[in-house]
Design a binder for this molecule. Structure first.
Ligand SMILES: Nc1ncnc2c1ncn2[C@@H]1O[C@H](COP(=O)(O)OP(=O)(O)OP(=O)(O)O)[C@@H](O)[C@H]1O
Ligand SMILES: [Mg+2]
Length: 435
């Protein structure tokens, strides 16, 4: 049940209880009032009958005393006089001059009608029983008047209740309206739009809630900025460490290997013994192997050119090299002409995606004829795309290559997706604009 429905039901229940209490109280009072009125009327009617008999008794002959009485009497307000004439055996009812309002419903009349009020008076003249006057209660007029008042009161109360329910509904609706806006702000925050704010709310009761929502939005935005900063730091630290290891490998191993080769060559050239020369050749071959492994390690650890040359040049080199070594495939690299220079972490990530992606094409996309790569930059950040027309991944599980790209992109706060179908596989990555 909504809050509005609850409050309106409560108002209605209170109004109904109030109406019932007022009705019960008024009914009790009205009953007593009707009984008192009727009692008074019966007493007055008795006195009237007695006085009229006293007046008439000397004025008219005995046999017509009761008809004369019936003519002289007028029905009182809340009692009913009925005369029984012994002479004619008829029942005579004096006229009534009262205008009777429309009668009350039977249930209402039963509710208020007094009980047991009636009185009989024998009409005696000269010791002759001339008739009988029966005086009974007649609360009809009084009850009809009370019914009219009760109806008017009920109508007023019903109108007041309707007005109260209507006004309450209007006030509630106006008061709760900002909740819809607050919900929309929360939904936007939940969807990641951390700029959503509730701002000012005109209903004072909801203003603290709006302020709390805005504080929450601010805290979320701050936390997200912190996370992005930390992620970049993590990526940056990793890159720095790899850079340092690569530098050591290059600076320490390179000269030492070179010296080793020079010495081995000197031994080979100077040795008189062929067996010794053969050993020197072997040392030279091993030194060559170590150099190859070293340079493979170096380029795996960190492509030296990234960070030294413009990214566009490094990528163009990579694709030129691929085109030269694998000429059965048509390699296309689409670069935004106004491509700005990314920060080093972003540049390395773009490089790795294309390097690992093209390696995957060569290893897995059998029969691919064209490979298209593109790097774009907009206000929202960087977009990298690599598409081939091979057989697609066929839903193969991700290995180190794809999951490594995904992790790196996630650390920078970007998105990464692999789409695959019979027309080939496509990698799409977005990276936020540089921090
Ligand atoms: N361009 C592609 N065309 C078809 N299949 C692909 C392509 N790229 C990836 N795949 C499929 O996705 C799988 C996962 O690729 P991923 O690069 O993650 O691992 P890998 O290449 O198998 O191994 P590594 O960890 O050495 O990269 C591959 O084994 C391959 O089956
Ligand atoms: Mg791979």
């Amino acid at each position: 049940m909504t809050l509005t429905a609850r409050i309106l039901s409560l108002v209605l229940v209170v109004q109904l209880v109030l109406a019932a209490a007022v009705g019960a109280l008024l009914a009790g009072n009205a009953r007593a009032a009707v009984a008192a009125e009727v009692d008074g009327s019966i007493q007055a009617a008795r006195a009237l009958v007695l006085a009229s008999v006293a007046t008439l008794i000397d004025a008219v002959p005995g046999p017509v005393l009761v008809p004369a009485l019936a003519e002289r009497l007028v029905q009182p307000r809340h009692a009913r006089i009925t005369l029984y004439d012994v002479q004619s055996g008829r029942t005579l009812v004096p006229p009534s001059r009262l205008a009777r309002p429309g009668p009350a419903p039977a249930w209402f009349a039963r509710l208020l009608a007094p009980t047991g009020h009636a009185s009989e008076l024998p009409i005696v003249e000269n010791r002759n029983m001339r008739g009988l006057a029966v005086i009974s209660a007649d609360p009809g007029v009084e009850i009809a008047e009370i019914w009219r008042d009760a109806r008017a009161l009920a109508l007023v109360m019903a109108l007041a209740a309707a007005a109260q329910v209507g006004l309450t509904a209007v006030v509630l609706r106006a008061g709760l309206r900002p909740l819809g806006r607050l919900r929309a702000v929360l939904a936007r925050l939940a969807q990641g739009d951390l700029t959503a704010r509730a701002d000012r709310v005109s209903v004072p009761d909801l203003a603290p809630l709006a302020a709390d929502i805005d504080r929450l939005g601010g805290a979320l935005a701050a936390a997200q900025a912190d996370r992005a900063r930390l992620s970049r730091q993590v990526v940056g630290r990793g890159d720095q460490e790899r850079k340092a290891v690569a530098r050591d490998l290059h600076d320490e191993y390179g000269p030492n290997l070179f010296a080793l080769r020079v010495e081995a060559a000197a031994i080979r050239d100077a040795a008189p013994d062929p067996a010794l020369r053969a050993h020197a050749e072997t040392i030279l071959a091993i030194a060559d192997d170590i150099r190859r492994v070293n340079s493979a390690l170096l380029s795996g650890l960190r492509p030296m050119a990234v960070g030294q040359l413009p990214l566009a040049a490094v990528l163009a080199d990579m694709f030129d090299d691929l085109a030269a070594r694998h000429d059965r495939i048509d390699w296309t690299l689409d670069l935004d002409p106004a491509l700005p220079e990314p920060d080093e972490a972003t540049a390395l990530t773009i490089y790795r995606i294309l390097q690992e992606g093209t390696t995957n094409v060569l290893r897995h996309a059998t029969g691919a004829r064209t490979v298209t790569a593109s790097v774009g930059h907009g206000p929202a950040g960087w977009t990298v795309r690599l598409a081939d027309d091979g057989p697609g991944t066929g839903g193969a599980a991700e290995g180190n290559g794809l999951s490594g790209m995904r992790e790196r992109v996630a650390l920078l706060g970007g998105t990464f997706a692999v789409q695959s179908g019979p027309g080939g596989a496509t990698l799409t990555a977005t990276l936020p604009a540089d921090a």
